[in-house]
Design a protein around this ligand. Structure first.
Ligand code: ATR
Length: 273
């Protein structure tokens, strides 16, 4: 049976095995998808051993996505833009292709599952770390009117703006943030993970019509609660993005697989505790 895994640390609570088993069932494929706990020091060797023993594909999650980017033989254009890899495809002879499906996962969740339009829309990203970097190019591809990156440390947002060099990009600090009316605001900071509130004024948040948190949980995240209190009409956490990025990875390994991701999102949501 084909063996897949996800490398991360921590990894015990990863939902990837359940999601990939659900896709396998939908597409009539038999596979075994495991979780692999590793460390920065052992990551490279763990990946090499997994594929030497016949691994058919792997995902990579926090905190190894940049390290994965550095170790692969080839990268897809979207992984190159993200500077990070979340999907490994063995090419034989010890060679690996690195892809990044996080951005397409977010775009698909916003468009297909939440019915949000990105073209000619103002989009705001909160945060300028690795999670933010991975979604900039896929969002720009959808031709938004503007893409504003707001961050606690302005220099980091500024660096992203310079690297992506697109006239639609702007950087600012949280307290300078002016959210355009009807915007989508995406929380790509790690503040929700720590249960911390974001320093975005409720009067600004109130201008948005969609608030999306890349983090997910059984309960609405702190950012979703902030958005609700500000009166934002559509709020969502990142569970759909997680399932959609997994779907795109599954399709890298099983070309042509047709997946009902909405069904899987619903199933996983029901089991979240
Ligand atoms: P990730 O890979 O999850 O993006 P990261 O690269 O460490 O992690 O980036 C974390 C992001 O969350 C950064 O944008 C960080 O802001 P700084 O660049 O100013 O450090 C942001 N962040 C984390 N905790 C935050 C908080 N409590 N309030 C605001 N921003 C926060």
């Amino acid at each position: 049976m084909a063996i897949y895994t996800v490398f991360g640390n921590p990894i015990a609570h990863s939902l990837s095995p359940q999601i990939h088993q659900a896709f396998a069932q939908q597409s009539g494929v038999e596979l075994n998808y495991t979780r692999s706990l590793t460390s920065q020091a052992r990551f490279r060797r763990a990946v090499a051993e997994f594929f030497r023993h016949g691994g058919a594909g792997a995902n990579v999650t926090v905190p190894f996505k940049q390290q994965a980017f550095e170790l692969v033989t080839y990268v897809t254009a979207r992984a190159q833009q993200a500077g990070a890899v979340n999907t490994l495809v063995p090419l034989g002879y010890g060679q690996l292709l690195g892809d990044n499906t996080d951005g397409i996962g977010l775009v698909r969740d916003l468009q297909r599952n939440l019915g949000q339009t990105l073209a000619h829309r103002d989009v705001v990203i909160l945060g300028a770390g690795g999670a933010a970097r991975g979604i900039i190019a896929p969002l720009l591809e959808q031709e938004p009117s503007s893409l504003i990156i707001a961050n606690r440390t302005e220099e980091k947002a500024q660096i992203l703006v310079e690297q992506f060099a697109n006239s639609k990009l702007q950087a600012c600090r949280f307290y300078e943030l002016a959210i355009p009316t009807g915007a989508i605001v995406i929380n790509a900071t790690s503040a929700s993970l720590a249960g911390e509130k974001l320093p975005v004024a409720p009067t600004e948040l109130a201008h948005a019509t969609c608030a999306y948190d890349m983090v997910y949980g059984a309960q609405p995240t702190v950012f979703m609660q902030q958005a609700q209190q500000a009166g934002v009409s559509v709020m969502n956490d990142g569970l759909g993005m997680l399932v959609e990025q997994a779907g795109a990875a599954f399709q890298m390994w099983h070309e042509g697989a047709e997946l009902d991701t909405q069904k899987v999102i619903q199933e996983i949501r029901e089991r979240l505790v």
